[in-house]
Write a protein that binds this ligand. Structure first.
Ligand code: NI
Length: 161
């Protein structure tokens, strides 16, 4: 947090043929898993592209969280579905050691590409929808503290929640 690369709109991926996307995704999964995260966006490792990886292994940082399917999302577009908002705890590998209570839409529709350019369309709700919103926010230069409304619920992970 504070690095200008986390505060800009990342570039669309245009080339699905080079194999570089698959390599980037592998690097991102490795980084995410090494840090016990449940999602990672390319700008978090300094790569200016609209690429997100999600899920796959049960996260040590979110032991009680439901499973999030392992996926690579390229150029994701989110449509929030009308209805309730729900707040929940979030952390971020780019905001180490901290947690915040963040309001999010409970359901969304997602359209993205995979690393080969095939279209992915899905609906997600609850924690899965939260993780997608958090990671896709990174592609627009938004960190979760910027989504918070109650800063009294922002603090060190071992003291709060
Ligand atoms: Ni994050």
């Amino acid at each position: 947090m504070g690095d200008a690369r986390l505060l800009r709109r990342a570039r669309e991926v245009e080339d699905f043929t080079s194999g570089e996307l698959a390599m980037l995704a592998q690097r991102m999964f490795a980084c995410m898993e090494a840090s016990g995260g449940i999602g990672l966006a390319a700008p978090q490792i300094g790569v200016d592209l609209r690429v997100v990886v999600l899920g796959g292994v049960r996260s040590e940082r979110y032991p009680d969280a439901p499973d999030v399917p392992r996926r690579v999302l390229v150029n994701p577009e989110i449509e929030l579905l009308p209805g309730a908002e729900e707040s929940g705890w979030e952390g971020c590998l780019s905001v180490p050691g901290l947690r915040g209570w963040v309001p999010r839409a409970t359901a969304l529709r997602l359209r993205a590409r995979d690393v080969e350019g095939a279209v992915i369309e899905l609906e997600a709700s609850g924690f899965h929808a939260r993780v997608i919103q958090h990671e896709c926010d990174h592609l627009d230069g938004i960190l979760y503290p910027m989504r918070m409304s109650d800063m009294s619920r922002f603090g060190f992970a071992d003291l709060i929640g």
